[in-house]
Design a protein around this ligand. Structure first.
Ligand SMILES: Nc1ncnc2c1ncn2[C@@H]1O[C@H](COP(=O)(O)OP(=O)(O)OP(=O)(O)O)[C@@H](O)[C@H]1O
Length: 250
């Protein structure tokens, strides 16, 4: 470990990226021949990329993505059918900048959550604040928040998220309070944030599944008119995983 006062200063100032880069330069005397500004630039780049990485890790932790999915790791093989060019265009952050929504639709196990988490991961990399929630869990959290007085704070927190992922839409019957909560959330986010919803239920059934026609109109008006729809068809990936030798031995 280097003991020069400059190292102590860098440590005290929490310039850890610069500190490591400087230690690296000291171990490689050939760097001494480089112009001062170039050496300084390397130190600053090291600090910048360390901070960038830390910010990404903190956004990923806060996002609570259910699966460690990335678009690079996405398995494009198999029998599943979906609009690949749409998915590729969603990999850019245009839809989030324009506050548009995404609906990921298809039967159980086709990878809706996986794709939602991969898009969430990409959004974190692009610098956005993301939150993943299963809709039934979020609605029950809101129910508790009504009782213990956290409701306004929770709603405010949700309204500040750039990309809110609501997994498993339409799985459960909504109570009257849940319908109102959903409307509050989507109204706060309308034209100010993006919402990604996954559902096994075809969109044509969403209106009936909400249970109150007036609230259903208001909720869906805020959610689906500006939404991209990614429909996945095919066999469950879980079935495929059960058949692979690694899954069998696990
Ligand atoms: N594109 C993919 N690449 C790699 N693994 C995948 C992919 N899609 C899905 N998987 C894996 O397949 C399994 C099922 O996927 P997932 O949970 O995303 O399906 P789902 O459509 O959301 O299911 P459900 O509707 O039941 O919630 C998971 O273990 C997931 O990790």
């Amino acid at each position: 470990m280097y003991t020069h006062p400059t190292y102590d200063r860098l440590r005290t100032l929490h310039l850890i990226g610069m500190l490591h880069a400087l230690e690296h330069q000291e171990r490689h005397p050939e760097v001494a021949a480089m112009p001062f500004l170039e050496r300084l630039g390397i130190l600053l780049d090291a600090e910048w990329s360390l901070r960038d990485q830390k910010r990404l890790q903190s956004r990923l932790r806060a996002a609570r993505l259910k699966q460690p999915a990335t678009l690079e790791d996405l398995d494009w093989q198999g029998s599943r059918r979906f609009d690949r060019s749409l998915l590729q265009s969603l990999a850019s952050d245009d839809w989030i900048r324009q506050h548009r929504n995404v609906l990921v639709l298809g039967p159980t196990g086709v990878g809706k959550t996986y794709i939602a988490c991969a898009l969430g991961h990409q959004a974190c990399r692009d610098g956005y604040h993301v939150l993943y929630q299963r809709l039934p869990r979020l609605l029950s959290d809101l129910e508790i928040a009504h009782a213990d007085g956290r409701y306004p704070k929770l709603l405010q927190r949700l309204s500040k998220i750039d990309l809110l992922i609501l997994d498993d839409w339409g799985l459960e019957i909504l109570t009257d309070r849940s319908r109102h909560d959903l409307l509050e959330i989507l109204d706060d986010r309308y034209q100010t944030g993006s919402t990604l919803v996954t559902s096994q239920l075809p969109v044509e059934h969403w209106h009936d599944s909400i249970g109150d026609p007036t609230l259903a109109d208001a909720i869906l008006d805020r959610l689906i008119h500006n939404a991209y729809r990614l429909t996945i068809d095919g066999e469950s990936m879980r079935k495929k995983q059960r058949l692979t030798p690694t899954a069998q031995s696990a």
